[in-house]
Each structure stands twice: as structure tokens, then as C-alpha cells.
Write a protein that binds this ligand. Sequence first.
Ligand code: BGC
Length: 766
Amino acid sequence: MKIKAIYEKNDLKLDNYNLLLNETLFHNANGYIGIRSAFEEGYPDDFTTIRGQYINGFYDFTQAKQAENIFGLTQEKQTMLNVADTQAINIYFDDEKFNMFEGTVLKSKRWVDMEKGITGRFVSWRSPKGKELEITVIRMASFHQLSLFTIEYQINPINFSSDVMIESNHNGNVANYFDPNDPRNADESFQYLTPLSCYIQYGASYINSTTSKSGLEVCSCVKNFLSGESERQFIINESNAKCQMCTFAQPGKTIKLVKYAVFSDSLRVEDCKIHAAAEMKKALSVSLQELYKYQEDYLTEYWENCYVEIQGDNELNMALRYNLFQLIQSVSKDEYGNIAPKGLSGEGYEGHYFWDSEMYIQPFFTITNPQVTKSLIAYRYETLGMAKENAKILGHKKGALYPWRTIMGKECSGYFPAGSAQYHINGDIAYSIIAYYLATKDGDFIQDKGAEIIFETARLWMDVGNFYNGQFHINDVTGPDEYTCIVNNNYYTNALAQYHLQWAVKLYFQMRKLPEFRKMQRRIRLGLEEIDGFKKAAQRMYLPYDEKLKINPQDDSFLQKNRWDIDTIPKKNFPLLLHYHPLHLYRHQVCKQPDTILAHFILEDSQSQETMRNSFEYYEKITTHDSSLSRCIFSIVASRLGMEDKAFKYFGDSTKLDLMDMHKNTKDGIHTANMGGNYMAIIYGFGGVRLKESGIYFAPILPKKWKGYRFRICVENSRIIVGITKDSCTFLLEHGEAKKINVYNKEYLLDGKLTIRREKASWREA
Ligand code: BGC
């Protein structure tokens, strides 16, 4: 079966909220640039638009307001910048202008084609004076040439002939979006970019701007090509270049404008003006059709690598495809950037990178496109120096503490209890490097970059934790659940720190004889004594356990608090963070997202099945899922425990989160961690895939509503296609060496095709 690769919306609503939502849903991005899908001709003056174009990793510094000047709090944060606007196009016919908010919209639709990597807009419109025309717009952020964004704009006059003037704008006078009422957005307006020069060269406009504090530059270059052009003039000032082009409209004759825009930034190149000119030349050296072809080729390979298909649920297939398309649109392709919670689709969380990358998104890339994970780890490696500085600010003598949220490597979190205190980010990063290693066995990369991160971050546990009554405790940290902050012995943190320390010891002994490793070891002064310390702390790590409930309490004091019955909370009060003081939340047993439950997924061997089941039942009742990172993990753990219907319900709700705007904030951007989590809910959840030192594990279950599902994963250069049906599980080694796999706890050698009987979900109860 062919999965539908086009997501479309017909008869668009023109109210402000829907316009903002569609700006996000139909944005174009390629991991370097992202362009929100605003109407080329704009909206009425009293409408809000988040008309953004962003570059991954490109930032400015801005003040982080702190009410009291307490030592060590973040005084300055980074923000992802809205760079020059290259999407404006206005059409004038005699004395009328194309405008969706005047005259009559006869038809209007938008789509994203996930195989071709383009978005489309179609409008059939009648002007107030009766001129009818059709407009088709195709936009592309090129994967083949990351600097390039194109707009192909076609006008079909239906019932009139007239002179036409097309004005294509290139505007450097831009600001970022802000919303003082939502802590998940920037709270004040500020003009970050100052245009330094705006000029025309060889028929292209250039705007070169500088940031206010970070000392970075960005240059954009725009060139327009209009069919049947009779006349052209440029109107420019210090920040804006308008290209006005004339032609003639008549029925049956399509007018076509192609607008090329390229971006270049001084993070990545020395002279962005020269580089932008070269990039424009490169873009124009092939035809637009060839560029479309390269785009499709890139995506053909991508879809092949991350193939996943559900038999019997087209709606979910489409939603899942949309999720995976957004991940490749959002993720940086170089080590100057990472992947933000909103990708490059909006300004929510100001473009900062979080643990979302390591715990929700990398698990997808690691088994489908491991080179992407490698680049994300390289980004962390590049910022290791700043993580060491950060550790010092927080009073640690040794080691590195990665910032909770950042762009260039320095901490940006303004509210430290739910920010910097989330020390688990160190463990998350280490965990993701180990996962990459288990999936690829890329020892060279571990020697080169991964191990150093693992050791420097492991060192921090030794400083933040201490031995007490013979056990190793970690106090005053925050776990993943942001409704419970600054606690002692958060189960997730301690269990992860234990795993992290164990691996640090293991890697040390595995690699200590290798020359590159030895160089690094000398450079960071890592000795056997320290490794012994790691070993002891891991062995004696304190993991809270409640004998009565037979669960892992979230932390030392969690079970002493009053439980908050979620059913008694009025619907309008969700998400709780927008309606209750943090202290009120902290004093109750109420969770924003999985914490102990997430630990049960990633470290399932640390606990018995019974404890995990008890925990699941306990925490499920007090979790609000106010974070988009929540339901997917509940789905995975429900699968793990054989609760097939629950797993399915959580998965369905989670997968359509953005397409259905379930959190009512998709206008600020997509939710990339959720998208990675949804992929995990199939492969790691229903498929039961685990990559461990002892091998690759599968334990598939099948939701009742599905006929089956299939997916492809890549482990150590071998590609395996897995097919699950009502009766059987089939494993096909497409290429690579024969692999030992473990299915339902039995070992097999996969060398070709293997078919075995599918077990019922109750198998998991064993
Ligand atoms: C979640 C965090 C997450 C952040 C960015 C918050 O709502 O609680 O876990 O890292 O969003 O996605």
C-alpha cells in the first residue's frame, strides 16, 4: 500500500487564529532555514502574524530579567532570530490588488507534499470589480542546497486582460514575536538585527545585517525571474529592497514568478556577503525543475531509511508521516545547530535546545539516519567547554554541566527550579551517546568525541552527590517532571546517573589502551582513582523504593504530599502551569509528564515487571500530560506492560497533537519531541525494540484495530525490515552481516528471513 504523502487543508478559515496555525503547519524548513507560511501578500493590519524566517543556531543575546540579583542566575539569554523576510509578493491589476480579505475567495487550499518536500497554496479569487484569477504557489526549503528557499508563484487570469505589476519584497526590518502572557514565549519586543547594507548587484538584492550583541552577521540575497517581463525597477532604502516588475495578464496565459532567496551567516562562513553571492550563483546554475528533483531524491532516501507503515489505519499513517517529515525539516545538518522543540517553525521557547534532542528525537535518528545523531552529539561536543564553565558557576569543582536550555552553549533558563536544576540533562546526553554506540558500534567517534563528554559529565555526579549512610545520594535537583522541583533523590536522575557512571567505568576499561583515548585521558586528567570513585557511587546509588506501594517514589518526599485528584480540576485550568503558582504545584502529588515512568522505559532492567506495573498505575492517575512529551512515553510503557488498549489510546492522542492543535499552541510552532516520541511509541513501544549490550531485542504486540505494521531499522550498518501481522512476526535482513536477534526472549540468528509466531500482549505480563 502506498502511504498518502500529501497533507492538505481545504476551504481555509481566514480568522486570525487559523492563519497563525497554518503558518506553522505549512512552514518550510530544511534544518538550516525555516520559513513560516504567512500569505505572501500579508493579512489585514489589525491581524497578528508570526511572519518568521529563522536560521538554526543563529542567535543574539538578550537580557534575562531576574527580580533579584542572586549569584549565578542567568543574566543574559540567547534568542533565535527572525531574519530578513523574503516571502512578500504583491500583485496589482490596474487599480486593484490581490487580497484574500477583499473580494470573494472562491476556493482556497494548502498542502504539504512530504515526498516532494514542497508546500502548496491554491486560491481562486474574484476581485471586488469582478476580475477572476487563480494563484498557485509552490515553496521549497532545499535539502540539496541548505541556504536556498524558493517560491514559484503562478497567476492564471480567468476572465480579464490587464497590466500587472508584481512587487517582490526583501525586507530586513524585522523583529521577533513576543507574548507577555505565555512563559513559553519571549515576553518583550526587541529589534535584534540592524541592517548594515542593502544593495543591488547583478539584478539581485542583498541585505546584510548584524546582531545587537552576539557580533554575528547574516546576509540574504534575493533574485526574481518573471515570465513575459516588460519592465523592472528596484526601490531600495537602508533595510528594504522592492523589485517591481511589469507584465501583461490575459486569459489562458500563465504568469510565472520564481523568487530565489539564499541565506548565509557568519557562524558558519567568514564573509557572508561573498558566500551569499556564491550560493545564489550555485542555485541558479541548475533549473528549478532540477532543484525539485534533488529535493525528491533526498526525501526518497529519507523515507526509505525511516520506513514505517501501519496496515489498516490511514489517518494514523498520515499523521505519523507528517511527524517524521517535520523531524527532517527541523534537525540541523551541521554541528552549529541542534533541534529545537519547535524546530524552525516558530519562536516558542525562543529556539533553545533542550534534552528533547537526546531523549525524544535522537532515538529516531539513531536507528534510521545515525549520521544525524552523530552531528547532534558533535554539537554537544563543541559546547563542552561552556558546559564546564556552567558547572563552575553552579559551584562544582570539576566536570561539565550542560545547560538546560541554550542555543550556543550558555545557560538560558530564567527560572532555575524548573531549568538549571534539571541535572538529568547530563545523564540524558550520556545515555544518548551510549545508545548511538550500541546502535552503530562506532568506537572511533566515541574515542574522538563521545567518551570525553561521558567522563566530564560523569564527574559532575561525584560532586553533586555524596555518600550518606553508605549510599550515594543526589540532592536538590529537579527530574523531568516540572511540577515537582528541587528534590532529593529523584528516581529518574539517580537511576540514570547510575547507568551513566557504570558506562563511564566500562568505557574506560574498554578503551584505555587506544592511543586517541589515552591522549584525551591525559588532557582531561582522568585517573584510575576517579574511575574507582565512579564505580563505588554507581554500586551504592540510592534508588528510592516504597515497600508499601511497591513502587519507586519520584523522590524522597513525593509520597508525603497530598495527591491532587486531576478529575476535580476544571478543564479550563490546564495546563496547570498557566493557572497555579509553582509552589502550589510542588506541594502536591501531580505530574506534568512522565518521570519515574520514563526511567522505567529507558532503564527497564533496573526494576522488576511488578514494580513497573505498580508505578505505571500509580503515576498515571496523577499525570496531567500538560507537556507534549508525555503521552508517547505512557504509550511505550503501556506496551511494555502488555496494556495494549491503553498503549493504543495514548499513541493515537499523541500522534495527532499538532495536526489537531491539541495543546492549543501549535501556532507557536510544532512539537518536535512529541514527534520523535510518537515514532518511538511504534518501534520501541508496539515493536518492543531495545538495543542493549547483549543485542537487539524485539517483542512485538499488535493493536486490535490494526491489521499489521512494518518498519525498517538500521543497526550496525545492517538493515532489518520487521513486519508484524495478526499471526506472525517476520524479520528480513535486507543487507549487512547476519545478526543475532532476540525475539520474545529467545535468540535467533537472522541471516535472510525469519518468521515466527506472534505472541499475544499477555506475553508481556510474564
Ligand atoms: C517540558 C520539558 C521540555 C520543554 C521543551 C516543557 O514543557 O516540561 O520537558 O524539555 O517543554 O519541549
